[in-house]
Design a protein around this ligand. Structure first.
Ligand SMILES: [Zn+2]
Length: 258
């Protein structure tokens, strides 16, 4: 057994046993960001997805022809494409968090940008359902524009609050980003994963998805090795198969006893 699998079993095993005792298993889903076109790294990602029957939501930037990417994903199977911004270009004023949408933007312009992005996906034969804002920046103007287009939002962070709007987030980033992109480290990743599981168990939010986040273009070898082991253990579910629980959380959480 690989060291990665031993660590996964050691750090998550006892918590998973508590889930099992309640007749439950965590629901994982998987998002990968920053795709534009086929590449050797994408091939590697899709190979893992096929090998472990792990559906993946690939967040793609529609500033080039997405046709080749869409065809590669369709040929592989089990891939959903999501919109990852307009051009993935930072437009934040000096000193503000990076993002594509800022306070000066008018809603009508952002609605039009979004329409252009949706058209780029449709030209590639894809009807997008989910939007992943670059730099995790869900500016209120962007959120309004998404609602007008009927798109759902996916961010990154901790488990969302009970009263937050429906959002399918990622929670577990395999990478760390500063000073340079590299593997986060098995221990750090798994301790965060365990905290996510404990929180769901204590709140009886059994169906609240745990989102794995990857960036195939930035993975170093340790990231690929860990991802291979984690996918084998986590068995993600496709976004479309997650059911309605995550959308209706406030309602079904109301009866939960901590
Ligand atoms: Zn990105």
């Amino acid at each position: 057994m690989s060291i990665e699998r031993i660590l996964i079993a050691a750090l998550l095993g006892p918590e998973l046993a508590r889930w099992k005792a309640e007749g439950r298993a965590p629901v994982y889903w998987w998002r990968d960001d920053d795709a534009r076109a086929p590449s050797p790294a994408l091939d590697r990602l899709l190979e893992l997805s096929r090998r472990f029957e792990a559906p993946v939501t690939l967040a793609a930037v529609p500033d080039i022809d997405l046709g080749p990417l869409a065809r590669a994903c369709e040929a592989s199977g089990g891939v959903e494409l999501a919109i990852h911004g307009f051009r993935h270009r930072n437009r934040a004023p000096e000193g503000r968090p990076s993002g594509e949408v800022n306070d000066q933007d008018h809603l009508t312009d952002i609605v039009a940008e979004l329409a252009t992005a949706i058209r780029a996906f449709r030209r590639a034969g894809v009807e997008p359902r989910l939007f992943v804002p670059p730099w995790n920046n869900a500016h209120p103007t962007l959120v309004k524009a998404l609602a007008l287009h009927g798109l759902e939002l996916s961010c990154y962070g901790g488990m969302r609050e009970e009263d937050s709007p429906a959002r399918l987030d990622a929670h577990l980033d395999v990478m760390r980003w500063k000073p340079v992109p590299r593997f986060r480290g098995a221990l750090k990743f798994l301790l965060r994963a365990r905290r996510q599981l404990v929180e769901r168990r204590l709140k009886h939010l059994w169906d609240e998805p745990v989102g794995l986040l990857t960036h195939h273009l930035d993975h170093d070898e340790p990231t690929w090795r860990f991802l291979e082991a984690f996918l084998q253990a986590a068995r993600p579910t496709a976004r479309a198969a997650l059911g309605e629980a995550w959308r209706m959380r406030p309602a079904y959480a109301a009866g939960a006893k901590v």
